[in-house]
Ligand binder design. Structure first.
Ligand code: 13P
Ligand code: SF4
Length: 306
């Protein structure tokens, strides 16, 4: 065994012992580094992970993802300890709006309901009517039966929803820097090189990229698509780390990634940080009660939409 693999094996053993002692569950997002994906009790997209956080009996949730995801878990399981192994793992898109900016946006459009992408802080969620993820955004907007909605913060997800609804979507102009880096040239090159490949793209990608895709899917949708597809080659238009799980579950297929599409924050969680979080029971997610109560409403309302 190489020394790197030996270190991974030792760390994994330590984490396994600690997770039992602490009665912890380890929730992992699909973009995490391979060795972190491999220790997951549950691996998934934002919606699947929120549902898991709401349903688990475990005392402790270790969230291997970014801050807004751990915060959502804490909203749904307020009495549990939620650990985020690297507290600096944020989401730049979530930080493109805050409560004050949203209050001003609402004042410009009085009475219009607010749909907040789950990629927002708890403070922003507290100012919103309902949350959505990339997996249920269209259904959430439809559930409101509104003539207009305000959608924050992702303008690309908003434009994708707009293409699928008669509701007027008034979008905040935020975006994901990682998906913004997927260039039409890179996708075109891959498609020219593999003309029979299927192309799947995340709805956070700009319209120009989405229009080049066969399917626009959440990361959980990408897993299901890849497991069922007849295509031997699949071009994956989302964060680079996604391909690890797809390849592991489909060893006979070839997955082609866009190397520029890396989310540095998703790469911050490492096995030593997970072990340390379980050992010290920190860093813990805390949300002030007045914000948590209002933010929880928006998330719970989302989970009621099927
Ligand atoms: P999913 O909910 O599709 O996993 O997406 C989360 C995310 O942050 C994408 O950038
Ligand atoms: Fe945020 Fe984009 Fe990273 Fe997802 S990939 S966590 S949206 S910066």
């Amino acid at each position: 065994m190489s020394s790197e693999n030996e270190q991974i094996a030792q760390m994994t053993e330590k984490i396994n012992r600690l997770r039992q002692e602490r009665q912890a569950i380890i929730l992992v997002h699909n973009y995490q580094i391979p060795e972190v994906q491999d220790i997951a009790d549950f691996l998934g997209d934002s919606l699947e992970l929120s549902r898991m956080a709401a349903e688990t009996d475990a005392e402790v949730i270790v969230f291997c993802g970014v801050h807004f995801m751990a915060e959502t878990a804490k909203l749904l399981s307020p009495d549990k300890t939620v650990l985020l192994p690297d507290p600096t793992a944020g989401c730049p898109m979530a930080d493109m709006i805050d409560a004050e900016k949203l209050r001003r946006f609402k004042a410009e459009h009085p009475g219009v309901p607010v749909v907040a992408y789950v990629n927002t802080t708890a403070e922003t969620k507290a100012e919103s009517d309902i949350c959505c993820t990339s997996a249920n955004a269209v259904e959430v907007v439809a559930s409101l039966k509104a003539e207009q909605i305000l959608f924050v913060p992702d303008c690309h997800l908003a434009s994708w929803v707009q293409e699928r609804t008669d509701t007027e979507v008034i979008a905040w102009q935020g975006y994901c820097p990682t998906h913004q880096r997927i260039s039409p040239d890179a996708v075109r090159k891959a498609q020219q090189q593999y003309p029979d490949a299927a192309t799947i793209v995340h709805p956070e990608a700009p319209k120009e990229i989405r229009d080049m895709a066969d399917e626009v899917l959440s990361t959980g949708g990408m897993v299901r698509f890849s497991n069922q597809s007849q295509a031997d080659e699949i071009i994956v238009g989302t964060e680079y780390g996604m391909a690890y799980r797809l390849q592991k579950e489909n060893p006979d297929k070839t997955f082609l990634t866009i190397p520029a599409a890396v989310c540095p924050n998703m790469k911050k969680t490492t096995l030593p940080k997970v072990a340390q979080a379980l050992e010290k029971m920190e860093p813990q997610i805390q949300i002030p009660a007045d914000i948590a109560d209002r933010a929880r409403n928006a998330v719970e309302r989302m989970l009621e939409v099927r």
